[in-house]
Design a protein around this ligand. Structure first.
Ligand code: ZN
Length: 250
């Protein structure tokens, strides 16, 4: 039996039986894994009953399981983000970020930057920072870490550097297109302003701990929420379930 210790954030927890739960977490050592937490529901005093969604914990797992579902033997809370539970709009934004990781990342593909990204955004959410700005930064940085970084520097077709105030964004191709190519190729797509483009470029390039300095106007905010939603929905071929809850709480 091989006991392994790692830190991880709980992304999802579902009932498996009357006493057991299947927990999905994003861990520092192994990326996204699934664990089975036995007796998690019956024994209220058991350490496993303390594991709520969005708990960041030190985990002890048995790295041998059926269908790669590893028994979870111990969990010690490092950060619980419990204050988010008192503020539903912020809580739903946090659930949305957790669901994006759960849906977009392959199992056991280790990228510690993803864990650092969501922990930073959860910290900032709990501190009361701009919820929508944190969500947009999270979306575009996560997409970039997973190899889906949108093309934001050149027109997808003619490769001309695009700096005019009116451009298009094609969600299915993940990039921008100039007005000339839109007309020549009869492309109909949503437009993206230079302000929104610059926000995305900076959101990707800035050091993570300085992204709170980025400015976001109300028109750029509305435009980007819609464009990134279309881009993510295209890649997933469906909508993220918790997206409608963040919409209701805008
Ligand atoms: Zn072009």
């Amino acid at each position: 039996m091989s006991l392994e210790r790692t830190t991880g954030l709980i992304l999802k927890s579902i009932k498996y039986s009357d006493t057991d739960r299947i927990i999905t977490c994003y861990t520092h050592k192994y990326g996204k894994i699934q664990c089975i937490a036995k007796r998690a529901r019956r024994q209220k005093s058991n350490f496993l009953s303390n594991i709520d969604l969005l708990t960041y914990a030190e985990l002890v797992i048995v790295k041998k399981g059926i269908k790669n579902i590893y028994p979870l033997r111990e969990a010690v809370i490092i950060q619980s983000y419990h204050r988010l539970y008192e503020d539903p709009p912020r809580l739903y934004a946090a659930f949305y970020m957790a669901e994006l990781i759960q849906e977009l990342t392959p199992a056991e593909d280790k990228k510690p930057e993803i864990l650092s990204l969501i922990l930073r955004q959860l910290d900032m959410l709990q501190k009361g920072e701009d919820r929508e700005k944190l969500t947009l930064i999270f979306e575009v940085r996560l997409l970039s870490l997973l190899g889906y970084q949108p093309q934001l520097e050149k027109c997808l077709f003619c490769l001309a550097p695009v700096e005019s105030s009116k451009m298009g964004f094609i969600p299915s191709m993940g990039g921008i297109v100039c007005q000339s190519c839109c007309q020549k190729k009869h492309i109909s797509c949503p437009s993206i302003s230079l302000g929104s483009l610059n926000f995305l470029r900076q959101a990707i390039k800035f050091p993570l701990n300085k992204t709170d300095r980025l400015c976001l106007t109300s028109s750029n905010r509305k435009e980007l929420l819609s464009l990134l939603h279309a881009f993510i929905t295209y890649h997933l071929c469906r909508e993220i379930r918790s997206y409608r809850f963040i919409q209701l709480n805008c």
